[in-house]
Ligand binder design. Structure first.
Ligand SMILES: Cc1cc2nc3c(=O)[nH]c(=O)nc-3n(C[C@H](O)[C@H](O)[C@H](O)COP(=O)(O)O)c2cc1C
Length: 189
């Protein structure tokens, strides 16, 4: 594989994963740094990919700690692993937060199935269940939409690593703000 082919295959995998719940890259690890400088990692669902712009879309509850962390520090890393072949994708970039009042969140919300919408109707993520308000059982669609946010991740760098029996391979790619590939190189694994 050439560097261009490695880059294209990585993004094709991600693009496919957004539409395929069985893909290994459907679930990614989103890592941010909290107010204490402590690394935080959590799995998220990859909802949409714009290959040309090198953008990944993730949905979350704006009451979750990650939303606060990322609004204070938008620099994030996204980590994924596909077992066949054994490929690690490590994407560095920044996240733009689109809150409930944004057009992007309204558009994404309008396309969510009812079952997914209902996951936003409970109490704040991480809060004690006993502290949930009694009104939760009557939570409506509007309550869910009021806390629904869309995180847009723009990749600035991809670190691709393939684990093989003897000859592991690793390549690093950089992208500009519009998503164009600006550099690519093989590096020691
Ligand atoms: C497979 C899987 C997928 C998940 N997808 C999401 C997601 O798309 N968005 C999200 O906010 N949380 C998702 N979660 C929950 C997060 O991993 C995390 O527990 C939660 O968002 C709270 O994170 P925070 O306290 O760092 O904000 C997922 C968890 C699992 C196990």
């Amino acid at each position: 594989m050439t560097l261009a082919e490695v880059d294209a295959s990585a993004w094709a995998e991600l693009e496919g994963a957004a539409a395929d719940p069985q893909s290994a890259f459907r679930y990614l690890n989103l890592c941010s740094v909290d107010a204490y400088g402590r690394p935080q990692a959590r799995m998220v669902v990859l909802r949409r990919v714009d290959v040309a712009r090198r953008v990944l879309e993730i949905h979350t509850d704006i009451r979750s700690p990650k939303w606060q962390e990322i609004s204070a520090n938008p620099l994030v890393t996204i980590l994924g692993f596909g077992p066949q072949p054994k490929v690690q994708l490590r994407l560095q970039g920044s996240a733009e937060l689109n809150g409930p009042a944004s057009e992007r969140a309204a558009e994404a919300w309008s396309q969510l199935p009812r079952s997914t919408r209902s996951t936003y109707m409970g109490g704040p993520p991480g809060d004690d269940i006993s502290e949930r308000p009694a009104s939760e059982s009557t939570a409506a669609d509007a309550d869910g939409q009021a806390v629904f946010g869309v995180l847009i991740f723009r990749a600035e760098m991809l670190d691709w690593f393939q684990l093989r029996h003897a000859d592991n391979r690793r390549a690093v790619f950089a992208y500009d703000k519009l998503g164009a590939l600006t550099s690519s190189r093989w590096v020691n694994p």
